[in-house]
Design a protein. Sequence first.
Length: 285
Amino acid sequence: MSATAIEVAIRAEAELGEGPTWDAATGRLLWVDILASRVHTYDPAAPEGPGRTELVAPQHVGAAKPRAGGGLVVNLRDGIGLYDAAGAFRWLVQDPVPGRRANDAAVAPDGALWAGTMRYDGAEGGGSLSRVAPDGTVTRVATVTCGNGTGWSPDGRLMYHIDTPTRRIDVYDVDGEHVRNRRPFATVEPGAGLPDGLTVDADGCVWVALWQGSALRRYTPGGALDRVIGLPVFQPTACAFGGPGLRDLYVTTARTGLRDPQPPAGSVLVLPDAGAGLPTPAFAG
């Protein structure tokens, strides 16, 4: 598949677009602009006007995911926040650390949120990967530099995670609420960009956006690289399946750090009929 198959789904100028998530309950795509503190929604059936909404978060927002009872859970600079279906906000977890911000997050099959953090200056070991239970109990699982893409195998027995500067996609065994046996799943070679966000498809393949690599990669369940898709942007950040039948692959992108950002940098791209995605669980809190 070449860049000619790629379309611009949402024309935007996001500084740091991230975290695309398909909300099955509303039939809309959720995504964030971290540095602008914005949560966006997009309805591909009505792409303009009411099909696009924007919520201004109280802080830099790393991710926004649907809640089982309606509303959103958001990974914010100083902790985890909740919006109810009417838009009212409250904190679930507050844990401010000077110089640290939220990054990507994902909801596990059991309804818990797995949230990543990093330092603004990118200092080594300044971030974390934590499990946030629906009642707000936080379990710190790993110390990382840049807690990024997280996803689960179709049977829920494996969890994939990216700490971007390592150039690796790691995999854990899932044992109930716990993960163990962290090990490398695949490594991105120098010069190809850095692994950022990921999603897992219905065949168990892992799709990874390559920051400063102008590409998406798909790895088989065994960790073999079997597809590379060139993108018309330098800084793709994350990807997720959505749309009818979860067949379309959406890709968020970023303009931050570019001396002369040209469209479609900062937009959300889409690869129609790229494969078959998995339903996104909703946060149970």
